[in-house]
Design a protein around this ligand. Structure first.
Ligand SMILES: Cc1ncc(COP(=O)(O)O)c(C=O)c1O
Length: 419
């Protein structure tokens, strides 16, 4: 019988002549887990879903009220502008000034995107082509790899968990690769490992970018989800950053607006213009009521960001404390929406995909296997802190129970949390 991991890696089943760029993509690694999650739910199992960084909390009421109001205005139902309406871009520029001291020209250095993921993907299409190489962080948020591949570029994935070593490896790659990498992708706070950096990281990155003539995309999706007083630095607030790169921000996590699909690309005006050019062909902009409500969010709802971060911090503590009580050794994140943890020794050899399947089938808890983020993620799991603390504690109990079955000594050391 084939293991779950073999099933997950089987060939894409196209019987029509789809384009090579589609055929070359590996099967979606989380697809089988998602399918199983759905089957269990249909069968009435209350799956605790820590698989995806998809916020379960609603946006602030003021934001919801504003979109309702805007919906009632017939002028807001036409195509919008693909760059984003002027007042929205001005609000983003004002926010960068207020939070990071970065002066942006709202006309040429700010662009609205249908979520930062869309901005990232189309920016890769705008910058990369055959023969171009991008350095991306590993373990990798899949779109960082596959957007480059879809744009016909080559990927070099460098381990990001030690940021200083990551920088040294970028420098080494630039010194030895011919032609040199064209693009470096950074993502701090990092998904999935939650690695964070301080401003000096970006100072060195800008220095390297100028020396080796590469461009930078900073994926700053978790800018506002920071804990214990840590403040994630913006790449753009580094002197010289506007000469070499752009930064993507998102309303998805900061304001719990993931389904709304709104984010921003800011920074180097040539890169912004290249993305605007692609988007001018591909889309007609974000639904205008969403843009209007996003202005209200940024103008009036900073308290919502802070409350959200406090809530995520207590969830992080609930999950990490619980996991430690059952003998795991999670890395306690300073930011982001994930706990990245090594699979405990007795089960590590199973591989992360089969282990995640076991937790789902036998424990009713969905998590993401580290292997889904590339070979560097093997041996790890990513748990999203998207459920409330009580559900997270319940998840730990269910994990403990499922792993205790058939292991008498573990059964005797059931966590103090167990019901
Ligand atoms: C690192 C990273 N970038 C981008 C995104 C997507 O954000 P958005 O909803 O703005 O497209 C995610 C979502 O999980 C993410 O983890």
């Amino acid at each position: 019988m084939r293991s779950e991991s073999e099933v997950l890696f089987e060939d894409n089943p196209f019987s029509i002549p789809v384009a090579d760029r589609v055929r070359r993509l590996p099967p979606y690694l989380f697809g089988t887990i998602n399918k199983r999650k759905y089957q269990l739910r249909v069968a009435g199992v209350d799956v605790i879903d820590l698989g995806m960084g998809n916020p379960t909390d609603p946006p602030d009421q003021q934001i919801v009220q504003k979109i309702e109001e805007s919906l009632a205005d017939p002028r807001n139902h036409r195509y919008s502008v693909s760059n984003g309406i002027g007042n929205l871009r001005k609000e983003v520029a004002a926010r960068y000034m207020k939070r990071y001291g970065v002066r942006l020209d709202a006309n040429d250095e700010v662009l609205a995107c249908l979520g930062s993921k869309e901005g990232f993907s189309h920016m890769c299409l705008a910058m990369m082509g055959p023969g171009d190489t991008a350095i991306v962080p590993a373990p990798s948020f899949p779109i960082h790899v596959y957007s480059v591949m879809l744009a016909s570029g080559n990927v070099i994935a460098l381990d990001v968990r030690d940021p200083e070593k990551f920088l040294r490896n970028i420098a080494y790659t630039c010194e030895h690769l011919v032609p040199k990498p064209k693009l470096v992708v950074v993502n701090f706070p990092h998904n999935p490992s939650s690695t964070v950096v301080e401003q000096d990281f970006f100072v060195e990155l800008v220095r390297l970018a100028k020396k080796h003539h590469f461009l930078v995309i900073s994926d700053f999706a978790y800018a506002d989800v920071c804990f214990d007083g840590y403040k994630a630095p913006s790449f753009l607030s580094t002197p010289g950053a506007l000469d070499v790169g752009i930064e993507l921000t998102s309303m998805s996590k900061s304001y719990s607006m993931a389904g709304w699909r709104i984010g921003f690309c800011c920074g180097n005006r040539e890169m912004v213009r290249a993305l605007a050019t692609i988007k001018g062909y591909y889309d007609y902009g974000i639904f205008q009521p969403i843009q209007i409500a996003a202005i209200v969010a940024m103008r009036h709802c900073d308290h919502a960001i802070d409350e959200m971060a406090t809530e995520y911090q207590s969830r992080r503590d609930a999950l990490c404390d619980g996991l430690r009580r059952i003998g795991w050794n999670p890395i306690v994140p300073k930011a982001g929406m994930f706990v990245w943890t090594e699979i405990p020794e007795p089960w590590r050899k199973m591989g992360s995909i089969d282990f995640a399947m076991k937790l789902l089938n036998e424990g009713g808890v969905a998590v993401s296997p580290g292997r889904g983020f590339g070979p560097e993620g093997e041996g790890f799991l990513r748990l999203a802190i998207v459920e409330n603390s009580q559900r997270l504690r319940q998840a730990v109990r269910q994990i403990d129970r499922c792993l205790s079955v058939g292991s008498s000594d573990r059964a005797e050391t059931t966590s103090p949390d167990a019901a």
